[in-house]
Design a binder for this molecule. Structure first.
Ligand code: 13P
Length: 258
């Protein structure tokens, strides 16, 4: 089963409009001579306030090589939800993906599995693709509950979603202890957990659909780690934080996935 790899940059709460434009322009220029077919799917996820400038740079000028993602959304279409942004509002910028369930949203903003499930359903209904994050804390890993915790996060996030729609979601396995710490999860271990995620997906949606799901690894991905990660059987790309904020390191990661 060949799955097109994804290299996605989660810019988190970094970059104003000018900085976002500079970063996306640098990435675009650096990959312009690489054939689209050779590239992984390249995705950037700026803050909401930069979606417009980044969208203009990559969508309006027909750059098919970079896709746009938002870092979050709310599942209601409109209404009295101060501070929230709807999926249609994100779609307005030609975004293709929305990251949901990032551990920072779960831990800092108290997002529940139920909320993440509602977001996943609403994103799919709107014709966009959720990038659903999951991952264990260091404490859960030391207690030996990593696999059951992640299976539970996946089952709850995908509750009520049709098997044929499950095939199109993207999952990101991001061990929380590896995020922003410089401590990358051992590639073979990340692959083992990701195989477990695929086994859970098989139970939910059948093997044919599960085999189509792209499952990314995230957590201190660097230019030096990407080749080994991409060489694993079940790792289909990376969700990159810190190293996606510089043109050089992000482009090296993209090239490492070719
Ligand atoms: P780092 O690459 O900075 O560890 O962040 C990973 C992440 O959280 C991406 O969503």
């Amino acid at each position: 089963m060949s799955r097109r790899p994804i290299i996605a940059g989660n810019w988190k709460m970094h970059n104003n409009r000018e900085e976002s434009l500079k970063l996306v322009s640098g990435i675009k220029d650096a990959i312009q001579n690489i054939d689209l077919d050779a590239l992984p799917e390249v995705v950037v996820a700026p803050v909401f306030t930069s979606l417009h400038v980044v969208s203009e740079k990559i969508c309006n000028c027909g750059c098919a090589k970079i896709k746009l993602a938002a870092q979050n959304c709310y599942y209601e279409a409109k209404g009295a939800f101060t501070g929230e942004v709807s999926i249609d509002m994100i779609k307005d910028f030609d975004a293709k993906y929305i990251i949901i369930g990032h551990s920072e949203r779960r831990q800092i903003f108290g997002e529940s599995d139920e909320m993440i499930n509602k977001k996943a359903i609403a994103i799919i209904d709107a014709g966009l693709t959720p990038i659903i994050c999951c991952g264990e804390t260091l404490e859960q890993r030391e207690l030996g509950v990593t696999d059951s915790h992640i299976a539970s996060q996946i089952v709850k996030a995908l509750d009520g979603i049709k098997p044929s729609d499950v095939a199109n979601v993207v999952i990101a396995y991001e061990p929380i202890w590896a995020i922003g710490t410089g401590k990358t999860c051992d590639s073979a271990e990340a692959n083992r957990v990701i195989k477990g995620i695929r086994a859970t997906l098989t139970q939910i949606a059948g093997k044919e659909n599960a085999d189509k799901v792209r499952i990314l690894y995230g957590g201190s991905v660097k230019p030096e780690t990407i080749k080994e990660q991409m060489a694993q059987s079940d790792i289909d790309g990376a969700l990159v934080g810190g190293a996606s904020l510089k043109v050089d390191s992000f482009v090296e990661i993209i090239k490492g996935a070719i």
